[in-house]
Ligand binder design. Structure first.
Ligand code: URA
Length: 428
């Protein structure tokens, strides 16, 4: 059935529910170039302003899935579970998590992206390991899942191409922030990927996409409903992103910290979230009663990490790149650290060269920010709070500008409003 794009736009502009046939047509016609960018921009703005109900969001997601290929892991000997994070600063959890879950016989097909803006990308982090390769064919991915049990690689262009086109358009038309659109975008890729179970890490706070808890909760609920309706066992954790995760933000810096976690050490918050997400993934894949923390402590997760990295050409024992220059940010007074703002630190890491402004920009493997304190710590004037790393020292000044107001020291004893790391859990 064919429609007039203007009629679909007008229907949503006037607050009506779009029919299944209208949604199927408009998503398909846009992907084929029959509906123009300016028409789709008007429609996505109407959706942002007037919303979509559960049936419309589910249909929109299905139409985006139908625009490309669907992967099928039913031939694997193990169940599959994946994790998706809505993105944050210092969020390196995928790195220790995928091999940790694989230890227990659940395969992790983690299709990831590169970073854009202030949040880092998993592939950029792993590419700081000498030799590691992000692009795998579907056959290579299947073989690695069977043999190693975990793969982190680049999502192929064939997965939900409608979303790829639509996301670029939303990015430049002020329509990214629509909850139905974000939920459909994320879930179309995850459902097309074919995972049996999915755990969503929905970040909330200054360094996250969703700054406030109510919107984060609504996004999480919408995605859990979409996954559940599509037959994927889906759970969401709402987790804090007001301060960076762990003590590093930047590609090789985060790999180093992830390896510390896999060696049984590492910052407490990174360990806590890795273990919480692993438990959820394993429970959703039918392995609820395993001792996840033991596999970090006794080296089994580290063994799985080495196999995963080496299967993709990486040298797991290689020295990681370090930036050519460093500068420290010192405490200006005695007191209690009350704020280490995730957004400010993410922007600083980005400006130091850890992230990119345009898709085609290169990133610096060694660039980023290292934290020497956490909110609640008592510090003395002159004590190092942060180390800034970059290959290009002319970037230090702009990075320091990003930190203004983002690092706060109050008189000693000032109470610090630290939220729990895992704020809420939503299940289908
Ligand atoms: N990530 C996605 O994949 N899509 C969105 O719309 C937002 C974040």
């Amino acid at each position: 059935m064919s429609f007039d794009a203007v009629d679909v736009i007008v229907a949503k502009r006037d607050g009506h529910q779009l029919t299944d046939a209208q949604i199927d047509w408009v998503v398909d016609a846009y992907t084929r170039g029959v509906v123009a960018d300016e028409q789709m921009s008007a429609l996505t703005m109407a959706i942002l302003l007037n919303g979509m109900n559960r049936a419309e969001i589910a249909r929109w997601t299905a139409a985006m899935i139908a625009s490309g290929e669907r992967m099928d892991f039913s031939g694997l000997s193990r169940p599959t579970a994946d994790k998706h994070s809505t993105g944050g600063v210092g969020d390196k959890i995928t790195l220790p998590l995928a091999p940790l879950v694989a230890v227990f016989g659940v395969a992790v097909p983690q299709l990831s992206g590169r970073g854009l803006g202030h949040t880092g990308g998993t592939l950029d982090k792993l590419e700081s390991i000498p030799g590691w390769r992000a692009e795998l064919s579907n056959a290579e991915m299947m073989a690695q899942l069977d043999e190693v049990g975990a793969v982190i690689c680049q999502a192929g262009a064939g997965l939900a191409p409608a979303d790829r086109k639509l996301y670029s358009l939303r990015d430049v038309t002020g329509t990214v922030e629509s909850i139905p659109m974000i939920a459909a975008s994320i879930m179309s890729k995850k459902i097309a990927e074919g995972t049996g179970a999915l755990v969503l890490d929905v970040k909330v706070g200054s360094g996250a996409f969703m700054k406030d808890l109510d919107r984060a909760r609504e996004l999480a609920r919408t995605m859990v409903e979409l996954g559940t309706d599509a037959g994927v066992k889906t759970v969401a954790l709402l987790t804090d992103m007001s301060t960076p995760l762990g003590l590093t933000a930047g590609n090789a810096l985060e790999v180093r910290e992830s390896v510390e976690v896999l060696a049984g050490g590492g910052p407490a918050d990174v360990v806590e979230l890795t273990v919480a997400l692993a438990r959820e993934m394993l429970a959703a894949a039918g392995r609820p009663d395993v001792d996840v923390a033991a596999a970090l402590a006794d080296g089994r997760a580290m063994d799985a990490w080495k196999r995963m990295i080496e299967a993709q050409g990486g040298d797991a024992g290689a020295t990681l790149p370090v930036a050519r220059e460093t500068e420290q940010v010192l405490a200006e007074a005695d007191g209690t650290v009350t704020v280490l703002d995730a957004y400010a630190i993410g922007i600083a890491a980005w400006r130091l060269g850890a992230g990119r402004a345009r898709k085609e920009d290169p990133v610096q493997a060694g660039a980023g920010v290292e934290l020497h304190a956490r909110p609640g710590d008592i510090v003395r004037a002159g004590q190092p709070l942060l180390t800034l790393h970059t290959d290009t020292p002319e970037r230090f000044e702009r990075a320091r500008e990003a930190l203004v107001g983002g690092v706060v020291i109050a008189p000693t004893g000032t109470p610090v409003g630290v939220r729990p790391l895992v704020i809420d859990r939503i299940e289908g």
